[in-house]
Structures are given as structure tokens and as C-alpha cells.
Write a protein that binds this ligand. Structure first.
Ligand code: 8X3
Length: 247
């Protein structure tokens, strides 16, 4: 049985990935900060699911959690670096520096920390796949998104760099770049302002978390000689991070 570790598995794309990979026969290591949501996921998936509560930004907690993974889940075949968030949509000159730090810490440093801890074991075993969740936001900046877009551009560079560093190994590295996905993403971005969050998805059929989980699973299940380097998945009435048609 293959094992997948998914960060940010308590909601949205991460949770949908946990459900999809489990259905596809993987043992799932689901991680996140929300212990109640992790317990609910464990309850839903049952066997072959192990949950670990930690914040990817907390280096010590992450290290401790990874060291304490039970033997049957220890050999991670697929790492899905999904944990990430957007905070705020203000012009850069009015942005909140705490929001910036949290995005940079989670989206960049958290992803790097997980990669640094998990990849050496994959290399020792001569197999593994790292799938990073980037964003259309990493392709070009959009109004009010400077720092979020920068973190996702960093995820693209970090993913490409890792692929270069691992090119002479059997390991594969994939970047998945979702566009407009209707999850809790905007609610978090707008600090719980539900009206503002729901307006983001009004008048357009947005992607679902399951749509993205399908692409992550597709990349993971491609034959060993096929490396899906990058996928950009947009809503049909979306052309990029800025051009979105709402009726
Ligand atoms: C999420 C997509 O376009 O809201 O990363 O930034 S977008």
C-alpha cells in the first residue's frame, strides 16, 4: 500500500485530496492545525488514515511529529504540500504586515520545512513524489494580491528548483496551480467576512476542491516514467488570476 502525507488536510483542497487518495487505496497521513477537523476526517476515513496536528510553521512541532509517525505510515511515497493561505486583499501600501508574515511563513517556509524533512527518506528508498499546491496567483500579480502572489511565485521557483536537484533520481516533482476554487479560502482571506467571501464566487461556476484533488491524484498515479511537471486548472470563465467573468 502506498502512503501519502497531505498538509492542510482539514478543509478544502487538502481534505478533498485525503478523501480521494484514501478511496484510491492509499494510506493517508493527514496533517493540519484543527484537531476537531482531523478527528472528523479520521472518523470518516477509518482504517489506513493517521492524523497529526501541527502547524507547518512550527519547525520543532513538525520535526517531532514526523519523527513520531508510526512504522506502518513511515515510508511516504507522495508528499502533498497543500497547507497555505491568503490573507487580505489591500493595496501593498496599505497591507497588514502580520498577514504578510503568516502567508510567507506558511506558504513558503512551511512548504520548505516539510520538503526538507520528507525528501531524504524518499531518496534513501529510491522512490517518491512531491506535489506542491501553487496557484494561478503565482503566474502574475493581481490587484491587492502582491504578497500572496509572491508566495505562490516562490512555490513555483521552489518546485522547479527541487525538480532540478532531483533530476538524476527516480523522484518526481509536480506543481498544481488551481484558479478559482470555492472553499473556505476567501473566508480566511477576508478574516471571516462571509458576505465578501461569497461575492468572490457569485455569478461564476468556480472549481471545487474535488476538481483539484482529481488532478493531484492523476499526477500521483501517472506511470513512473511520466513526470507531470505542472498543471494550471482554471474555471471555464476564468482566463487568469485577474480576468474572471461573472454573470
Ligand atoms: C487561489 C486562486 O486566483 O484567488 O490561489 O488567487 S486566486
Amino acid at each position: 500500500m502506498r502512503t501519502v502525507l497531505i498538509t492542510g488536510a482539514t478543509s478544502g483542497i487538502g481534505r478533498a485530496c485525503a478523501v480521494s487518495f484514501h478511496k484510491a487505496g492509499y494510506a493517508v497521513l493527514a496533517t493540519g492545525r484543527n484537531t476537531a477537523a482531523l478527528a472528523e476526517l479520521k472518523n470518516e476515513l477509518g482504517d489506513n488514515c493517521y492524523t497529526m496536528a501541527f502547524d507547518v510553521c512550527d519547525e520543532t512541532a513538525v520535526k517531532h511529529a514526523i519523527e513520531s509517525i508510526p512504522d506502518e505510515f513511515k515510508n511516504i511515497d507522495v508528499l502533498v504540500n497543500n497547507a497555505g493561505l491568503a490573507l487580505g486583499l489591500e493595496p501593498e501600501y496599505e497591507g497588514n504586515t502580520h498577514d504578510w508574515s503568516e502567508m510567507i511563513d506558511t506558504n513558503i517556509k512551511g512548504l520548505l520545512g516539510m520538503t526538507r524533512l520528507i525528501v531524504p527518506n524518499m531518496l534513501e528508498r529510491g522512490q517518491g513524489h512531491i506535489i506542491n499546491i501553487g496557484s494561478v496567483a503565482g503566474d502574475a500579480a493581481y490587484a491587492g494580491g502582491a504578497v500572496y502572489c509572491a508566495t505562490k511565485a516562490a512555490v513555483k521557483a521552489i518546485t522547479d528548483g527541487l525538480r532540478i536537484d532531483l533530476v538524476d533520481t527516480p523522484l518526481r516533482v509536480t506543481l498544481i496551480k488551481p484558479g478559482l476554487v470555492e472553499t473556505n479560502f476567501s473566508n480566511i482571506r477576508f478574516h471571516g467576512d462571509r458576505d465578501r467571501a461569497s461575492a468572490v464566487y457569485r455569478g461564476i461556476e468556480a472549481l471545487t476542491a474535488e476538481d483539484i484533488a482529481d488532478t493531484v491524484l492523476y499526477a500521483a498515479q501517472a506511470p513512473a516514467h511520466v513526470q507531470i511537471a505542472e498543471m494550471l486548472i482554471l474555471a471555464t470563465r476564468q482566463a487568469n488570476g485577474s480576468i474572471i467573468i461573472r454573470h
